[in-house]
Write a protein that binds this ligand. Structure first.
Ligand code: GLY
Length: 339
């Protein structure tokens, strides 16, 4: 809310109080945080994980600024990193599993709690669009592996090789030691010198105040063939409740699945926690379940509530998230548990 709008709102409250013959007490004045909340109806916003979310947000914003639906915005938005061969954690160019196969996980959820998901999908760049078709064209929520590929091909998707020269070269380098060690976050360097990024999770609110989310990844680099992380699991990698808010996650999916992380964040917001506090509590849940395991991995949560307030929290330093609305286009460093 602009300073002018804050001022107008406060003046209006004072006038109402005076007309009612009542002094305006501090308790009558909305807290500063509440005043900073954008008006739902006219304030679309999109947020996504990591710094590369900035580019994805730009794509989503093209839909939101024209008054389009949040569902369309999140699909269009995450298709940008999916198609980017330089992004080695999502879609085309993603790092393969330990057998050299690029397998994608993705899910999408809308304001009516409709959702669709694909896991261990090979040869299709836009896993998110296949997930959306699962939601829209089938009575199911999730289709995996060869079934997901058959479904995609039957619906006109093109079969492609997703393994780029760069990712193949790095995988071959990794094969020399074949050391299977999940990476903490983007600060970590993989064998061969490559940086390890992670999932893009995106949630958005459109001009009607409706929420949707999308999440897509090539998963953990050099994972076991068939391994599925949190990203395509509704409730783990993504959850949307149009009455409350939406949340998504990034990092080591096994830790997120164990606490059904994104659903937990939304439920904590339902209990009145701010998005950041809800993300923090979810991170603390991971720590309290298994402090030993939590120390060595990265997990980040990102959430948006129905008022348009957003927040994030991570286990470790290094998680960033990107925000775009009518006033802001920024990438923020998340707060984190282990300092
Ligand atoms: N968060 C991505 C994964 O664990 O696959």
């Amino acid at each position: 809310m602009s300073d002018r709008r804050k001022f107008v709102k406060l003046s209006l409250l004072s006038s109402i109080a005076m007309l009612a013959g009542k002094r305006l007490f501090a308790a009558d004045i909305p807290a500063v945080a509440e005043l900073a909340v954008p008006a739902v109806k006219d304030s679309p916003v999109v947020i996504s994980t990591w710094d590369f979310g900035k580019e994805a947000n730009t794509g989503a914003w093209e839909i939101l600024r024209k008054g389009g639906r949040a569902l369309d915005a999140v699909e269009i938005g995450v298709k940008i990193p999916e198609a980017d061969p330089h992004n080695q954690s999502v879609g085309y160019g993603g790092r393969p599993d330990r057998d050299g196969r690029v397998t994608l996980d993705a899910c999408i959820m809308d304001e009516h709690s409709r959702c669709g998901s694909v896991a261990a999908l090979e040869h299709i760049v836009h896993a998110i669009s296949v997930a959306r078709l699962v939601m829209e064209k089938t009575p199911h929520v999730m289709i995996v592996g060869d079934g997901a590929l058959q479904f995609a091909l039957a619906n006109g998707f093109k079969k492609e090789n997703l393994l780029t020269e760069k990712s193949e070269k790095e995988w071959k380098e990794w094969l020399k030691e074949s050391k299977y060690a999940p990476q903490k976050n983007i600060e970590n360097i993989l064998p061969g010198g490559a940086k390890n990024h992670d999932t893009i999770g995106m949630v958005a609110m459109d001009k009607n105040g409706d929420l949707s989310g999308a999440c897509t990844t090539s998963g953990m680099a050099y994972k076991m063939h068939g391994r599925v992380g949190d990203s395509p699991i509704i409730g783990a990698g993504l959850y949307v409740d149009n009455e409350i808010g939406a949340a998504t996650s990034t990092g080591v999916g096994e830790e997120v699945i164990r606490i059904v992380g994104s659903h937990l964040v939304v439920e904590l917001m339902r209990q009145g926690l701010s998005p950041e506090d809800a993300c923090k509590k979810a991170v603390e849940r991971i720590v309290s379940r298994n402090p030993q395991a939590a120390k060595d991995v990265q997990v980040g949560f990102l959430a948006l509530n129905k008022k348009g307030v957003y927040g994030a929290y991570a286990l470790q330093k290094g998680f960033s998230y990107s925000v775009k609305n009518g006033n802001t286009e920024e990438t923020f460093e998340s707060k984190y548990f282990y300092s």
